[in-house]
Write a protein that binds this ligand. Structure first.
Ligand SMILES: *[C@@H]1O[C@H](CO)[C@@H](O)[C@H](O)[C@H]1NC(C)=O
Ligand SMILES: *[C@@H]1O[C@H](CO)[C@@H](O)[C@H](O)[C@H]1NC(C)=O
Ligand SMILES: *[C@@H]1O[C@H](CO)[C@@H](O)[C@H](O)[C@H]1NC(C)=O
Ligand SMILES: *[C@@H]1O[C@H](CO)[C@@H](O)[C@H](O)[C@H]1NC(C)=O
Ligand SMILES: *[C@@H]1O[C@H](CO)[C@@H](O)[C@H](O)[C@H]1NC(C)=O
Length: 270
């Protein structure tokens, strides 16, 4: 029979093997929850999107390490000029750490626990100038918030920012003391196996702020650079592989397909 002549069988084998060994497009559903206060909301930026706009630009640029990923910002609020759903966030104006913890309950109740989920957390700025809140206890409150996130979404990468500076009164002294504690809070959890890491916002200065508290566009751009670096670090740790399509399908069927190849080869040899 023509179809089963040795050259034709070899061709079929070659095509099958090429198909099986061809690189597959793994697409990560990268869900990002920007969580915090007015700085996460984007107050003071001309776009209204703050760092979230600049970060999305970095993540979707042709030189991005996340180019093949399906990137979606999530949250109960919307602000800024990004097209929906990318304007979603959980940045509550004026919120202190404990209030952010309460607001976080809503998005954390959504289907989570997927690899590919990322939380960008920046909390504490408003705690720094509230006379009725303990400053010394602020790092503990941050830790409680991180534990809440990890308990709800154990596979998510939780990136925790140090605070950007302030020109308001003695606030900077408080921020300096708090920022010194942040790595200890975050790294203790990482040591315990939590997917937590610190993102330093030390590159932002008060000269890059519109009101001595909220970054201007340049400052928000530097914040985006810092978050991007944190995302790269999380990726290198294998924390954001995500739900994939394509590769999984091929892996799942490959045994059956190899069986077919073997049968075809044996059949051709006899
Ligand atoms: C992209 O991710 C979002 C959020 O996880 C999901 O709703 C959407 O279906 C995904 N889109 C594609 C094309 O996979
Ligand atoms: C990608 O290129 C742009 C424009 O040159 C640059 O601003 C950005 O930092 C680059 N991103 C990365 C991840 O290297
Ligand atoms: C501290 O004061 C603010 C108002 O400035 C209030 O919203 C908050 O509930 C107070 N917190 C505590 C723990 O008393
Ligand atoms: C996170 O760390 C806590 C200890 O702080 C530990 O009890 C918990 O099992 C860890 N969770 C994960 C998912 O590693
Ligand atoms: C801070 O700025 C320096 C110089 O541009 C850069 O190399 C570094 O990656 C930045 N750090 C962060 C955390 O963004």
């Amino acid at each position: 029979m023509m179809l089963y002549s040795p050259p034709m069988t070899s061709l079929l084998l070659l095509l099958t093997v090429t198909f099986l060994l061809s690189p597959t497009q793994a697409k990560t559903n990268l869900r990002i929850l920007p969580l915090g206060d007015s700085i996460t909301w984007g107050y003071g930026s001309t776009s209204g999107s703050g760092y979230r706009g600049f970060l999305l630009t970095l993540l979707t640029a042709s030189n991005s390490s996340f180019l093949n990923d399906n990137i979606t910002y999530i949250g109960t609020l919307t602000s800024g000029n990004l097209p929906p759903p990318e304007n979603a966030n959980e940045g509550h104006v004026g919120a202190v750490i404990t209030q952010i913890a309460t607001f976080a309950e809503v998005p954390l109740s959504w289907t989570g626990a997927l690899e590919g989920d990322v939380v960008l957390l920046m909390a504490g700025t408003n705690d720094m100038f509230k006379p009725n809140l303990s400053l010394a206890d602020a790092p503990n409150r941050l830790g409680v918030l991180i534990d809440e996130i990890v308990a709800a979404w154990p596979k998510a990468a939780v990136l925790v920012a140090t605070l950007t500076p302030s020109a308001l009164g003695s606030t900077q002294t408080n921020i300096d003391a708090y920022n010194l504690q942040v790595p200890g809070v975050v790294n203790a959890r990482a040591k315990a196996g939590n997917r937590t890491l610190v993102v330093s916002m030390a590159n932002i200065t008060v000269g890059m702020e519109v009101d001595g508290l909220h970054p201007n566009d340049f400052g928000y751009g530097l914040m985006a650079d810092a978050w991007y670096g944190g995302l790269l670090e999380a990726k290198s740790k294998g924390w954001i592989q995500g739900e994939t399509s394509g590769a999984v399908l091929i892996k799942g069927t490959s045994l059956i397909q190899w069986f077919g190849v073997v049968v075809l080869t044996l059949w051709n040899c006899v």
